[in-house]
Design a protein around this ligand. Structure first.
Ligand SMILES: *[C@@H]1O[C@H](CO)[C@@H](O)[C@H](O)[C@H]1NC(C)=O
Ligand SMILES: *[C@@H]1O[C@H](CO)[C@@H](O)[C@H](O)[C@H]1NC(C)=O
Ligand SMILES: *[C@@H]1O[C@H](CO)[C@@H](O)[C@H](O)[C@H]1NC(C)=O
Ligand SMILES: *[C@@H]1O[C@H](CO)[C@@H](O)[C@H](O)[C@H]1NC(C)=O
Ligand SMILES: *[C@@H]1O[C@H](CO)[C@@H](O)[C@H](O)[C@H]1NC(C)=O
Ligand SMILES: *[C@@H]1O[C@H](CO)[C@@H](O)[C@H](O)[C@H]1NC(C)=O
Ligand SMILES: *[C@@H]1O[C@H](CO)[C@@H](O)[C@H](O)[C@H]1NC(C)=O
Ligand SMILES: *[C@@H]1O[C@H](CO)[C@@H](O)[C@H](O)[C@H]1NC(C)=O
Ligand SMILES: *[C@@H]1O[C@H](CO)[C@@H](O)[C@H](O)[C@H]1NC(C)=O
Ligand SMILES: *[C@@H]1O[C@H](CO)[C@@H](O)[C@H](O)[C@H]1NC(C)=O
Ligand SMILES: *[C@@H]1O[C@H](CO)[C@@H](O)[C@H](O)[C@H]1NC(C)=O
Ligand SMILES: *[C@@H]1O[C@H](CO)[C@@H](O)[C@H](O)[C@H]1NC(C)=O
Length: 377
């Protein structure tokens, strides 16, 4: 929105600036200074700064790094000035007496640098033997000698679960039936022991093809195969054997005690029982499960070995109650079904009944009530 008036004013000011510049140049010349282009001073300043920096770096470099020989560092067995630093210490060389040799004690020059021999490592400026079984290790600088492994505790050892130490090496533990002299030689993970110089299972375990596992206990399914994947042997150390119905059973004079997990001798008269098989059946004992079934001289409880009904205990075993004229010490010994009573040491018919060949009967027309004869009807 400039008017013609504004334009006029601007033109006037421009003319004035040119005029002022001319005056300045005139004054400078008059004071005897030379005229330089405007761009020259910044360039000069930059060049000056670069020069100073360069000089500073160069000085710093020469101050911090003492000047070395321009010649290359010397290699093994080259002659050198004693303790001059002429030998290449990056190769482990130094100059103790006129020739470059290896600095680390016991190290040797392999053609390009000084190294410790195999099975040694650097410690205290010397090559020392790598640690043996039981000594401390710390990979990757200090490895164990032989085939020992460095345990997490930093000790050279063998793998405790799969190996044993034979005084010089870690040996993989032996498999089943391998010959051995100590149990630690046999595979622990397979639960093998050294028995009679063979890696084997302890007597109540069997080899199932991959490890030793417990033999079968009472009532468990079994077979007569003793070793291998199909084997299911009964624990013979507990006297169990595989009965024909493929269950482990005790010998017939014993029963399997579920609480003690072993075979026990079958029980005798008056002993506590849980089932008939607890009781000695050759002596005719049973295990009554209801009270009051006892037919014996003394009252006995349920769940104790006792006689079956109409039998009695004679002091050794259960026998059948006696028939007519049998000897007795009490009516308990006489057949109660016929029925007989003990009188004067003999089993006789209770009066007024009489023996009729197989039982005691009342006279005709009468019947036995259990204590006497009464007329029928
Ligand atoms: C070192 O050099 C000398 C002289 O050159 C030589 O006699 C000597 O056998 C060399 N020694 C080794 C270890 O190379
Ligand atoms: C010498 O040892 C160094 C370091 O272990 C190795 O890098 C180099 O290859 C070895 N040189 C020869 C010639 O064996
Ligand atoms: C040192 O060990 C390396 C690798 O196990 C083997 O190649 C070399 O022959 C061994 N050197 C000596 C001197 O036993
Ligand atoms: C021992 O050996 C077994 C089987 O090779 C491996 O699984 C286990 O990690 C080893 N243990 C150690 C401590 O090296
Ligand atoms: C240990 O085993 C290694 C390798 O089988 C064998 O050379 C060495 O004689 C054995 N050492 C002993 C003490 O049995
Ligand atoms: C165990 O090894 C012996 C001898 O090598 C062999 O006679 C026997 O049959 C083996 N026993 C088993 C169960 O493999
Ligand atoms: C296996 O190792 C464990 C732990 O060290 C030990 O208790 C066990 O008796 C070993 N078993 C055998 C068969 O050596
Ligand atoms: C196992 O062997 C015994 C003795 O020879 C035999 O009496 C039994 O019946 C056998 N058991 C089976 C399940 O074959
Ligand atoms: C196997 O035989 C025993 C002993 O006679 C018996 O008590 C058991 O009930 C039988 N088991 C089976 C499953 O037949
Ligand atoms: C029962 O006991 C007698 C006497 O103790 C013994 O001789 C017999 O073998 C036993 N029988 C059974 C099956 O336990
Ligand atoms: C029982 O004994 C008596 C006397 O000895 C005898 O007379 C009687 O016939 C016998 N009874 C029977 C059933 O044997
Ligand atoms: C005794 O035997 C007769 C037949 O011989 C029979 O009729 C009677 O019921 C029997 N009495 C008893 C108590 O068993």
């Amino acid at each position: 929105m400039s008017t013609s008036r504004d334009v006029d004013i601007i033109q006037v000011s421009v003319e004035n600036e040119e005029l002022l510049a001319q005056v300045k140049r005139t004054e400078t010349v008059a004071k005897g200074k030379c005229i330089v282009p405007k761009w020259l001073p910044p360039i000069l300043i930059i060049v000056l700064i670069l020069t100073i920096l360069g000089a500073a770096f160069a000085m710093g470099y020469f101050i911090s790094y003492p000047r070395k020989s321009i010649k290359p560092l010397k290699l093994y067995n080259e002659s050198c000035t004693v303790l001059s630093g002429e030998c290449d210490d990056s190769r482990g060389l130094y100059c103790p007496s006129g020739r470059c040799i290896c600095e680390t004690v016991n190290s040797y020059y392999n053609g390009s640098s000084c190294i410790c021999p195999n099975l040694t490592h650097v410690a205290n400026q010397a090559c020392v033997a790598d640690p043996f079984y039981g000594q401390t290790c710390s990979p990757p600088t200090i490895y164990c000698i032989s085939n020992f492994i460095c345990s997490t505790a930093g000790v050279c050892t063998c793998n405790a679960t799969t190996q044993f130490f034979n005084e010089s090496y870690c040996i993989t533990q032996y498999v089943y039936n391998a010959s051995c002299t100590e149990t630690r030689h046999c595979s622990n993970t397979s639960n093998l022991y050294c028995l009679s110089n063979r890696c084997a299972c302890v007597s109540n375990y069997y080899w199932n093809g991959s490890s030793c596992v417990p033999k079968k206990l009472g009532w468990q399914t079994c077979n007569n195969v003793t070793t291998g994947a199909s084997a299911l042997p009964c624990d013979d150390t507990l006297s169990l054997y595989c009965y024909s119905n493929s269950t482990c059973q005790c010998p017939n004079t014993m029963y399997w005690d579920i609480n003690y997990q072993q075979c026990e001798t079958k029980r005798l008269y008056g002993d506590i029982c849980n089932a008939d098989f607890y009781c000695n059946e050759t002596l005719n004992f049973i295990c009554p499960t209801l009270p009051g079934t006892c037919n014996c001289p003394a009252w006995s409880n349920d769940y104790t070995c006792d006689c079956q009904p109409n039998w009695f205990y004679d002091g050794l075993q259960c026998i059948q109650r006696k028939s007519i004229n049998g000897t007795c010490l009490g009516t308990y010994a006489c057949d109660r079904n016929t029925p007989l009573v003990c009188f004067s040491g003999l089993c006789l018919c209770p009066t007024p009944t009489t023996w009729t060949g197989s039982n005691c009967t009342c006279s005709s027309g009468q019947t036995w009530t259990g204590s006497t004869c009464v007329v029928v009807g």
